[in-house]
Write a protein that binds this ligand. Structure first.
Ligand SMILES: NC(=O)c1ccc[n+]([C@@H]2O[C@H](COP(=O)([O-])OP(=O)(O)OC[C@H]3O[C@@H](n4cnc5c(N)ncnc54)[C@H](OP(=O)(O)O)[C@@H]3O)[C@@H](O)[C@H]2O)c1
Length: 231
């Protein structure tokens, strides 16, 4: 078994880590870093099954990841960084559920985008707070910083470890230290470059990029799983 590129004691919980972007982040971070990862789910058994699947895929590649599993509330309470890899309109509910276990050392990360589909394509559909991440910040405890990251990535593409990525992820946040911690995590994924795009009030521009990318893929050949790289 190989050892990974980074060594850190930071523990990362991927809530809803049983889904598409959670799986992608678990596999990439599991392969490229030594972060301790916990797959979270509303159902502990589902979390354990997903974690076993990811461990098995990584072991097939000669990597022994630090990968555990827990029900979302327990995963969040034990983590330094909590990634809300759950559908956007349930993120506030989930934050309220996990809030009692969070402290001022915890960082919440949102990759979420609110979208609606019609026959022409997908359209940005933010909640009344202005963006999903601002909605999350509104319900998060005051002393818990919220950072936007991984928003415009393709989970499907990232989950395929045969694909070498060269792409950017845009970081949003009002707490510079928290943003720096998340930048370090993002940077540990081979081929992923974190770029700071300012405070949470800039979230609309970031979240609205995702439906554009999906529509681009729909209306053009060979653009499946398109990502953003800035030159
Ligand atoms: N998919 C992508 O490529 C991608 C890329 C960038 C950002 N994002 C964003 O990442 C977030 C997750 O996207 P996804 O595609 O990974 O979602 P998903 O696969 O549809 O769902 C992820 C997980 O969310 C949990 N979940 C479902 N309903 C829930 C509820 N009512 N309350 C709490 N948890 C619930 C489920 O886990 P359990 O049943 O195990 O609890 C599910 O496996 C979204 O906000 C999306 O905008 C997605």
């Amino acid at each position: 078994m190989t050892t990974n590129a980074t060594t850190t004691e930071t523990e990362i919980a991927l809530l809803g880590g049983t889904g598409e972007i959670g799986r992608a982040l678990a596999l990439r971070l599991g392969r490229d870093s030594d972060y301790a990862l916990t797959i979270g789910s509303r159902d502990e058994r589902k979390a354990s099954e997903a974690a076993e699947d990811y461990r098995s895929r990584l072991r097939d590649r000669g990597v022994e990841p630090h990968l555990g599993a827990a029900e979302n509330v327990d995963a969040a309470a034990d983590a330094d960084v909590v990634v809300l890899s759950i559908p956007p309109y349930y993120a506030d509910e989930t934050v309220e559920t996990i809030a009692p276990g969070l402290d001022d050392e915890t960082i919440l990360v949102s990759p979420a985008v609110g979208m609606q589909r019609d026959e022409d394509g997908l359209h940005y559909h933010p909640p009344s707070a202005g963006s999903v991440i601002e909605m999350i910040a509104d319900v998060a405890p005051d002393d818990v910083p919220v950072v936007g990251a991984f928003t415009n990535l393709s989970g499907e593409r990232l989950a395929d470890l045969d694909v070498e990525i060269e792409t950017d992820t845009l970081l949003l946040g009002d707490d510079e230290d928290a943003k720096e911690t998340v930048a370090t995590i993002a940077d540990s994924i081979r081929g992923l470059r974190p770029l700071d795009v300012g405070p949470l009030t800039n979230a609309t521009e970031v979240e609205a990029l995702t439906p554009l990318l999906i529509n681009l893929a729909r209306y053009n050949d060979d653009m499946e799983n398109v990502c953003v790289t800035f030159h």
